[in-house]
Design a protein. Structure first.
Lengths: 177, 332
């Protein structure tokens, strides 16, 4: 069994983003008598930044445990997915740059009724992803080309079992993420 | 996706602020201001103006204040829904641009829909039936659309629609509806008059999009995974829709960012030729007369369209194809 947390230095950036967003949206509303349209617009954006700040706080309080039975997020909004119930796995890559560099990955897993999403900022992200990918291939879950490409970037080579492959193999290289 | 949304929004906010500052500075850069332009016009007509009166007007409109004060006053006003005062029209900017922005939005939306509805099926057809008679014919039409100057097409279509459908020449509605409150009859008139500008403005964009979609889809269809799928006996429609079409849409979607402002600013000549009551001609006039709040508001609107367009296309791309580029590399 392994336990994983989001490091504080990574969360600090997200807290700063939530704070900057709230300042940029609520600040003008406090000092200028804005029009109703602007109040709704800036208020909506402020709510979004607030939700992001709350999600960051939840992540700070969450510990992710991975074992042979499944994956469990322990925290205020916890969830458990047994590997045998894994129904969907997707690995997405996001970047705000035009050349798509300096981005981050997000692993989404869906079980029977619960889902777990993890960002690549969490400790041991590659190990969690490799474990989930092995299960996905064993259970012959359909993986999109984007997921397969992103797994390859992490050094996790996935051979589609339905195409006669041998299952997920984790390469030794560090990958790109 | 929430994280991506927040990252992307945090780039948008300073971008818009920087654009607003640059817009304001650039409008102020030419020597003098609106009043000086106005005074020289009057003097060239032989009229004398009292210097005290000029100073009084300058103080009234805040033109004697430093640029930064004028900028902050304008920016604060935008938040309050007050876009400033137009010197040329002696009216608040919001009153002048209200109807024009709405009509511009209607023309823009109709043109975007026309472009996508026409370009999408033709592009797919041309790629899947490469070198067929249909492909040659549509390619010819596409090149014709790209090569025909918009203003020329506008003149021809205005004549034809007037001759055969009785639609009045120029404008976006029958003359009796101008400056009248909105009604069902006015809306019908606007929709009737919309056909010509939408055809004129949309033709070149449609032709360009057909070419790009055809080229992208052809690239995808020649890739190995498509050949493998075909060899495994996947039905052609499923094989086309599942991945190649999706992948070839990437450049199509990233066009949205450029499309929105282009439709507003790029159609100025067409709007002048067709006497359309849209924002383009008014922006041109405001820039020439240094009507800074009017010009600034228009430019901010264009900037907003650009930034929002980019935002929408980035979100759509992130949802459609969240893949890493192997030569890039993530840092986290």
């Amino acid at each position: 069994m392994s336990a994983h947390r989001y490091p504080l230095r990574e969360l600090a950036g997200d807290y700063a983003r939530a704070g900057a967003g709230l300042l940029a949206t609520l600040g003008p509303l406090l000092f200028v008598p804005a029009s109703p349209v602007m109040i709704w617009l800036l208020g909506g954006l402020a709510a979004l930044f607030l939700a992001f700040g709350a999600r960051t706080a939840l992540r700070q309080m969450t510990v992710v445990r991975v074992d042979e039975a499944g994956i469990t997020a322990i925290g205020p909004v916890g969830a458990t997915i047994a590997w045998e119930d894994l129904e969907r796995l997707a690995l997405a890559y996001y970047s705000t740059r035009r050349d798509r560099t300096r981005g981050w990955m997000q692993l989404s897993m869906k079980g029977r009724s619960r889902s777990v999403r993890l960002d690549s900022t969490i400790d041991g992200f590659r190990d969690i992803t490799a474990a989930a990918a092995r299960v996905a291939v064993r259970r012959q879950l359909p993986l999109t080309p984007a997921t397969i490409g992103n797994l390859a970037a992490l050094g996790i080579e996935v051979h589609d079992a339905s195409a006669g492959g041998t299952g997920a193999q984790v390469a030794n290289g560090p990958g790109h993420a | 996706m929430l994280g991506y949304l927040v990252h992307r929004l945090l780039i948008m906010i300073p971008t818009l602020l920087a654009i607003s500052a640059l817009t304001f500075i650039i409008i102020q850069l030419p020597p003098g201001d609106y009043l000086e332009t106005y005074i020289s016009e009057l003097e060239s007509q032989g009229e004398n103006i009292d210097p005290e009166k000029i100073q009084q007007i300058r103080e009234q409109y805040g033109l004697d204040q430093p640029m930064i004060v004028q900028y902050l006053y304008w920016l604060g006003g935008l938040l309050k829904g007050d876009m400033g005062f137009s010197f040329e029209y002696s009216l608040p900017v919001s009153q002048i641009v209200g109807d024009r922005l709405l009509l511009t939005f209607i023309v823009t939306l109709a043109t975007v829909l026309f472009t996508y509805i026409v370009a999408f099926p033709i592009g797919v057809y041309s790629a899947t039936r490469q070198y067929s008679w249909g492909d040659y014919g549509l390619t010819f039409l596409g090149f014709l659309g790209l090569a025909t100057p918009n203003f020329l097409l506008a003149l021809v279509l205005l004549y034809l629609f007037n001759r055969y459908f009785g639609i009045s020449i120029g404008g976006l509605m029958e003359p009796e509806f101008v400056d009248q409150p909105w009604s069902a009859a006015k809306l019908v008139s606007v929709l009737q008059h919309l056909m010509v500008p939408v055809l004129v403005i949309g033709t070149a964009g449609t032709a360009g999009m057909i070419r790009r979609l055809r080229a992208n889809l052809l690239d995808e269809l020649q890739k190995q995974y498509v050949v493998t799928g075909r060899a495994k006996g996947l039905p052609p429609i499923k094989l086309l829709l599942k991945y190649p079409l999706r992948m070839s849409l990437n450049p199509f979607i990233s066009d949205i960012g450029d499309l929105l402002p282009e439709l507003v600013s790029g159609s100025v000549i067409v709007s002048v030729v067709m006497s359309l009551p849209t924002t383009g001609p008014m922006l041109l006039s405001a820039l020439r007369s240094q009507d800074m709040y009017l010009a600034g508001s228009f430019l901010m609107f264009l900037a907003l369209l650009t930034v929002v367009g980019m935002f929408i296309s980035d979100l759509a791309l992130a949802a459609l194809d969240p893949r890493i580029r192997l030569h890039g590399g993530a840092t986290k």
